[in-house]
Design a protein. Sequence first.
Length: 221
Amino acid sequence: MYETELYGPVKAFLESQGYEVKAEIKGCDVVAVRGDEAPLIVELKTKFSLPLVLQGIDRQRLTDNVYLAVPPFAGRGARRKEALALCRRLGLGLLAVRPAPACFVEALLDPAEYRPRKRKPAIGRLLREFQQRVGDPNTGGSTRRTIMTAYRQDALRCAGYLDENGPSRAARVAQATGVAKAGQIFLKDYYGWFERVAETPRGVYHLTPKGHRAVTDHAQS
């Protein structure tokens, strides 16, 4: 596919909305004018890419009405979702254009000023994790190492106590380690480290082999 194949459908799409359309005006792929409105610019590319986005940003020096036009996104939609999120933040419009066999243009997003909505619950979770995490055990940019979260730190403290003291009641572990949610950590057993001891009073737990390995690995790291 060539960029020129996208021009015909885009031109027809804009003309159907009352625009006069011309190509290659001062380096812009498509320029459309309607009455006294600010001009509308469309940049054509055969795929969504960073150079296309940068081109669109550059065109915003001329007008707020800037669209990027690409063929429809293929696959499960993750790339389309990412492209829409990026364009929304930058105030760029996005058109999906299919030149053949059945030509169509779909406006996926119109240019608009980006006003991010602050998500208070997410901010709260972020700050709680920051405040509850002990020290700074991770290295920024890590991708192939297990991230040490505050929850994992608590679970390791509980595991370390059981490793040293043997099967114990959750309440005792909570008191000794300062991990108030020790009982919940044992019950959920997110990492597969803990197991309730059979034929004992409810709430007595010991370490699984996986839990012992986690304690050893943490001590060696």
